[in-house]
Design a protein around this ligand. Structure first.
Ligand code: SF4
Ligand code: SF4
Length: 205
């Protein structure tokens, strides 16, 4: 059994060390509170910004992870994204092996029969985008994919590709494009099959 060592009340060195530790703890506590309060105070006196969504557009950080955008013409159906997905929500099917044609940069070979993501399960971790050898699966900027059925939450990207789309056009975009200018512009971008910008569009505080 190891005896617990305690400072002797008559040992001046031990007493000084205990006092030093006591005051150091107080100093470190006050320092960490000051650092935290400095950040709080900065936001207290900064201009508050209220976005009148959906009438005003929301700003997203460059690495915001929204509904995927998929370039089917570059997908070689290698399954790397599906293997990386921690919740197994990517479904891929092909008729025969596919590979990238170096001249055109497009996938050739078998047909990509299915590329689907189940958004009931997807947790927007972006792990699927990391291993893709052709960089054809991206995290987009759409944040709302509300639907009326569970089946509608499974997005069939190959079917969208046949319509020239990289990502689904959400119901709210369809319904508000006629009355809200930025939503109209967003719908037109989606219809052109243009990928979302990765540039920062956050206004300064
Ligand atoms: S974002 Fe994450 S959960 Fe969603 S499909 Fe990609 S790997 Fe799977
Ligand atoms: S990793 Fe890329 S190329 Fe391979 S199946 Fe997924 S999206 Fe297609």
């Amino acid at each position: 059994m190891i005896a617990k060592q305690t400072a002797s009340p008559n040992d001046p060195v031990a007493a000084a060390s205990a006092a030093e530790g006591y005051f150091r703890n107080i100093y470190l506590t006050l320092k960490s509170i000051a650092i935290g309060m400095k950040i709080t105070l900065r936001y207290c006196f900064s201009r508050s910004i209220t976005i009148h969504y959906p009438f005003e557009r929301l700003a997203f950080s460059p690495r915001y992870r929204g509904i995927h955008e998929f370039e089917a013409d570059k997908c070689i159906a290698c399954d790397q994204c599906a293997k990386a997905c921690p919740v197994d929500c990517i479904y891929i099917d092909k008729s025969a092996p596919r590979k990238i044609d170096k001249a055109s940069g497009k996938a050739v070979g078998g047909e990509l029969l299915r590329y689907a993501i189940d958004y009931q399960k997807c947790m927007f971790c972006a792990l699927c985008t990391e291993p893709c050898p052709t960089t054809c699966i991206h995290m987009g900027k759409n944040h709302d994919l509300s639907a009326y059925s569970r089946q509608d939450m499974i997005v069939e990207f190959t079917q969208l590709d046949r319509k020239g789309l990289r990502t689904p056009i959400p119901l709210w975009v369809e319904r508000n494009a006629g009355s809200i200018p930025w939503v109209k512009a967003e719908k037109e971008r989606l219809e052109r099959g243009e990928l979302a910008t990765t540039e920062a569009d956050i206004p300064a505080l």
